[in-house]
Design a protein around this ligand. Structure first.
Ligand SMILES: Nc1ncnc2c1ncn2[C@@H]1O[C@H](COP(=O)(O)OP(=O)(O)OP(=O)(O)O)[C@@H](O)[C@H]1O
Length: 185
């Protein structure tokens, strides 16, 4: 689903990593770890096709969904409608995303009024709703309470059980204890 071969990335004149190989097949997850500024978010963006590798190749098969610090939801719209916009484009299921992240009660609330943790849940609901096989998650646990973290872990387990794959960058374990780890240093 994702294959990085001998990838190097220079950003801001600094070599972040080189010779990086990573493959992610259906049902697999990789937890990307490493200190602040080492290049985890950059690797996620590179995997999403939003950055170009300095050398090496990045191959993706099938659709990918990205969750990062960007909300990508219209702040003026009620949550259900804002998520519905993407679900219509993706042929996805906004209600399933909201259910998975426990957001049903917030369906009529404008996105701009959501709290930090509620926004994070909304971003994850957007990813879940896409139905994309590859999830690229940059610090998906940030801002989530214990219940939100449990929901995220359950959603990731269910995604993998149905043939999805996940690349997650995080300082937390996210319930991915048995997942492969790639440590950038
Ligand atoms: N747009 C940019 N232009 C130039 N350099 C950048 C840009 N964005 C990030 N960088 C640099 O690339 C390096 C890696 O950043 P990145 O966000 O990938 O790290 P990270 O491992 O995700 O860090 P954190 O754990 O703090 O989230 C940092 O030194 C950062 O300053």
């Amino acid at each position: 689903m994702l294959k990085l071969d001998g990838v190097a990335l220079i950003r801001g004149g600094r070599l972040l990593f080189e010779g990086l190989d990573l493959t992610l097949a259906a049902g697999e997850a990789v937890l990307l770890t490493g200190p602040n500024g080492v290049g985890k978010s950059s690797l996620i963006r590179l995997s999403a096709g939003l950055l170009r590798a300095t050398s090496g190749t990045v191959e993706r098969s099938g659709a990918a969904a990205l969750a990062d610090e960007g909300l990508a939801l219209d702040p003026r719209q009620p949550l259900a409608q804002a998520l519905g916009f993407w679900a219509r484009l993706d042929g996805g299921d906004a209600a399933a995303g909201m259910r998975a992240m426990g957001l049903e009660r917030l369906a009529p609330v404008p996105v701009r009024m959501l709290s930090t943790g509620q926004r994070k849940r909304a971003v994850l609901a957007r990813v879940i709703a896409t139905g994309a096989p590859l999830w690229l998650l940059d610090e998906p646990g940030n801002g989530l309470d214990a219940e939100g973290l449990e929901r995220l872990a359950a959603a990731m387990a269910s995604h993998r059980a149905t043939g999805g794959a996940i690349l997650a960058a995080s300082h937390q374990l996210l319930g991915l204890d048995e997942a492969r780890r790639v440590a950038l240093a």
